[in-house]
Design a protein around this ligand. Structure first.
Ligand SMILES: NC(=O)c1ccc[n+]([C@@H]2O[C@H](COP(=O)([O-])OP(=O)(O)OC[C@H]3O[C@@H](n4cnc5c(N)ncnc54)[C@H](OP(=O)(O)O)[C@@H]3O)[C@@H](O)[C@H]2O)c1
Length: 336
């Protein structure tokens, strides 16, 4: 481990419903169109050297092959059991006959025998080419159809039975969809990856997950300040410019991004911040083992009254849908 690194044994861990442990912070690997796969694969090596043991990957990030090269090097030094690797089933591989080959492809690219966690990236098979504009639509897009989702979930369950993945989970779900899955799953989701940052705390869904022993993994934990312009809208707010976050950051003498990560870990979700810059990813790990936020500061952040969803999912809308809000079942019913 590098001199300045963090002892991975000191990083908080979370316990899943089956008793297995997951590192309480991970590193995101989605570079969008800002960073090359090579830059990200290099950062994965650097992050492992400073003490990261959890990496959030996905087929849709188009970099698993190069990350696989990094993991191969990392595993010359570490045992496989010391790492937590997540990957995700992309929307073009839902349904019978597609899920197992898609998982096998991620395993081959990542040069692994098994994944610690495999997530259904989105709960419908609607997909798009990388980098398309938010106005682009998949002509075959459909709303959430529970029977279709369960066909995919049954294949996910097979992956556990075959030993290809240790745990399965969901991403970009809603409470009504999750209720149906919990009703019908033979193997229930261990984790749900969802958007969580100070300006989008989703308390109801967060508590629903906790109450059902599903661990929330928080994506865009810093509010994805550098996401491409096509993913920004006029009304989006900026977490790292929030006066409460800035004030607390000044007190702790850290960047506001670091306060977002601290808050996430102390609240009990598993944040997966992204950065290819060593000083940033090291700060995001180190902050979990030192100088915690006070109860008062946690309360102040909990009291930030913003509701700014950043990943709206417009490109996944189906014919007949009104706008992106339909993806998120805001009235508590699944929108068709
Ligand atoms: N399941 C899903 O559907 C889904 C959706 C979105 C994201 N994700 C996952 O979540 C991960 C994180 O999301 P994200 O990359 O969009 O957003 P994020 O982690 O909220 O923000 C990342 C940006 O914050 C800045 N940053 C990070 N650490 C910092 C620090 N210590 N100080 C100052 N600035 C810092 C970096 O900017 P600079 O690069 O300019 O330094 C970086 O590009 C992704 O990589 C992906 O793995 C999953």
């Amino acid at each position: 481990m590098a001199e300045e690194g963090v002892d991975p044994n000191k990083v908080p861990q979370r316990t899943l419903y089956d008793g297995d442990k997951i590192p309480g912070v991970g590193m995101g690997t989605y570079g969008s169109d800002r960073f090359s796969a090579g830059d990200i694969a290099e950062a994965v090596k650097g992050a492992a050297a400073v003490g990261y043991r959890h990496f959030d990957c996905a087929a849709a990030y188009h970099n698993e092959d190069l990350i696989g090269e990094s993991l191969k090097e990392i595993l010359e030094v570490l045992d496989r059991e010391e790492l937590w690797i997540t990957s995700k089933l992309w929307n073009n591989s839902h349904g019978k006959g597609n899920v197992i080959p898609a998982c096998e492809k991620s395993l081959k690219d990542l040069q692994l025998d098994y994944l610690d966690l495999y997530l259904v990236h989105w709960p419908f098979p609607n997909h798009h080419a990388p980098g398309v504009s938010v106005d682009s639509r998949d002509p075959d897009a459909e709303p959430y159809i529970h029977e279709h989702f369960m066909e995919t979930w049954r294949e996910m369950e097979k992956l556990v039975k075959k030993g290809l993945v240790k745990h399965i989970g969901t991403s970009n779900m809603t409470i009504p969809k999750m209720k149906l899955l919990l009703r019908d799953a033979e193997i229930k989701p261990a984790c749900n990856e969802m958007e969580l940052h100070p300006h989008f705390q989703q308390p109801e869904f967060f508590n629903f997950c906790k109450d059902n022993e599903i661990l929330p993994i928080g994506f865009t934990p810093i509010g994805s300040p550098t996401r491409p312009d096509r993913d920004k809208t006029e009304n989006d707010t900026v977490d790292i410019e929030d006066p409460v976050i800035v004030k607390i950051a000044e007190k702790h003498k850290v960047h506001p991004a670091v306060i977002c990560v601290k808050w996430a870990v102390q609240r009990g979700q598993v944040p997966i911040p992204f950065s290819i810059h060593r000083n940033e990813y090291l700060s995001n790990l180190r902050c979990t083992v030192e100088d915690p936020l006070s109860e008062e500061e946690m309360k102040e952040i909990a009291g930030i009254n913003k509701n700014c969803r950043l990943i709206k999912g417009q490109v996944f809308l189906w014919e007949g849908a009104n706008d992106w809000r339909d993806i998120w079942d805001l009235d508590g019913e699944i929108t068709k």
